[in-house]
Design a protein around this ligand. Structure first.
Ligand code: ACO
Length: 428
């Protein structure tokens, strides 16, 4: 293949260089397009064909169903690694040595205390507030308690910000849930692992010693790893674009949390469970809901199905489906919702509407079933997603700043009124 793309506009032709990735992905570098063509731009709503950056963090092949972090396959990481190792690899480029991991973990623990005044902010929220709104606000509030922007040219400064947010974020997550449940706010323990501490902080009851379940710990480790990064999705692009104005890390993360909240993105895990519940309440008639999903006059969509980039299968969904089976079996839970999910999946996989549009179960189709078995309230599901995505957001923010990317500022094609004269209010 030549490494030049040719563009013809009217009688003029232009040449643009191709950019090739390490997995042979190809892009046309149009950096000079507007200047060379006297103002022509490209338009691509939803960025379906537009790459926003070059990135060395995550590789994804939606046609083949491949997902790798820093070159390691998601299947191997989910089976053999723990979440903190994966977080380290995403943020710093490779899996840590034993010493690096121990230091990372100990620095995180040292930075896990949240200013006590943050509790006053949490107190001011109504119990009915959605946990994603609360988490986004508390993450933003951290900027006020940790003033001073990160000096991205200093490795030490960058590292300090990373361990601070990795330490404090799980505390905010746990407090968000505990506030809703009216439980006292707590902290983890120095003797526990990162994921163990998340479970302890979330589930510890007053006057009871928390007993760690290895089944829940393994399941959570796996879920967090599977959600840890997914290249330039909606929330990650938000984190990068907010950070591109040189806004701080915590402020950028807070914006990412808001982007993740929507039901077309991370909010789908809550929406899936609510949908499955509704189908159960309605007598479990999956065919009726399949018909609704296919009816163009009905806004209903089969939540947990379809993906912008996976057009074969979502490799994370495969792992999560197996994990859901195992967790429910290990915990001795029979969940009728799982049966409904399996039924919907089977029908969709054999239905021309879904097959033709390449709609397969995504990461969120089965994750809620595991979260529910773990005792996590439905409204907290997207918060759990955010907890998993944190290292990916940090890694992407760091990469964007270190690559000295320019401020993100798309253009547009204006379709409004041409110039018109102002009319005084009496004449309108
Ligand atoms: N149920 C029914 N039909 C669907 C679904 C669905 N879940 N998803 C897509 N379609 C149909 C669309 O109606 C459209 O049909 P048409 O070609 O006849 O008009 C076609 O499939 C293509 O859909 P788009 O919305 O154009 O695809 P896009 O790539 O923009 O959207 C998305 C992807 C947002 C994930 C979509 O599939 C969806 O809404 N899924 C349900 C929500 C969901 O599960 N989101 C989680 C995604 S994973 C994540 O963010 C972690």
């Amino acid at each position: 293949m030549s490494d030049i793309a040719k563009l013809q506009i009217g009688d003029n032709s232009y040449e643009f260089p191709l950019v090739k990735g390490t997995e042979n992905e190809v892009a046309i570098n149009i950096k000079t397009l507007r200047g060379a063509t006297d103002g022509v731009i490209t338009i691509d709503p939803g960025f379906k064909n537009t790459g926003s950056c070059e990135s060395a963090i995550t590789f994804l092949d939606g046609e083949k169903g491949i997902l790798r972090y820093r070159g390691y396959s998601i299947e191997e990481l989910a089976e053999k690694a723990d979440f903190l190792e994966v977080a380290y690899a995403l943020i710093f480029g490779d899996l840590p040595s034993k010493e690096q991991l121990e230091k990372f973990h100990s620095d995180i623990k040292e930075n896990s205390v949240v200013d006590d005044d943050v509790k006053k902010i949490l107190d001011a929220f109504p119990k009915s507030a959605h946990p994603m709104g609360v988490l986004s606000s508390l993450t933003s509030a951290l900027t006020a308690f940790n003033p001073g922007s990160v000096n991205v040219d200093s490795e030490e400064d960058m590292y300090k910000s990373v361990v601070k947010i990795m330490g404090k974020f799980p505390v905010l997550v746990a407090w968000t849930m505990r506030k809703k449940q009216g439980l006292p706010l707590n902290y983890g323990s120095k003797s526990l692992g990162y994921v163990e501490n998340i479970l302890k902080m979330m589930f510890e009851q007053p006057n009871e010693d928390y007993v760690m379940s290895p089944i829940l710990k393994d399941a959570l480790d796996k879920l967090l790893i599977l959600h840890a990064d997914h290249e330039q999705n909606c929330s990650t692009s938000t984190v990068r674009i907010v950070g591109s104005s040189h806004a701080g890390l915590f402020a950028s993360l807070s914006a990412g949390i808001s982007a993740l909240w929507g039901p077309l993105h991370g909010g789908a895990n809550q929406a899936v469970l609510e949908m499955l519940e509704a189908i159960k309440e309605d007598g479990g008639d999956t065919k009726k809901y399949m018909a609704k999903a296919k009816d163009k006059n009905d806004p209903f969509r089969l939540m947990g199905f379809g993906h912008r980039v996976y057009k074969n299968f979502d490799p994370r969904a495969k792992i999560i489906k197996l994990a859901a089976d195992e967790v429910l079996k290990d915990l001795g839970i029979v969940d009728p919702i799982l049966e409904i999910a399996r039924g919907l999946e089977q029908e969709a996989l054999n239905d021309p509407y879904f097959v033709d549009r390449k709609l397969y179960p995504n990461v969120d189709f089965y994750s809620g079933i595991i979260y529910r078995a773990m005792g996590i309230p439905v409204e907290m599901f997207t918060v759990m997603f955010a907890l998993g995505r944190l290292p990916g957001w940090i890694a992407q923010w760091k990469e964007m700043r270190l690559n000295k990317e320019p401020i993100g500022r798309p253009r547009q094609i204006y379709t409004g009124e041409n110039h018109r004269n102002f009319k005084s209010i009496e004449k309108r």
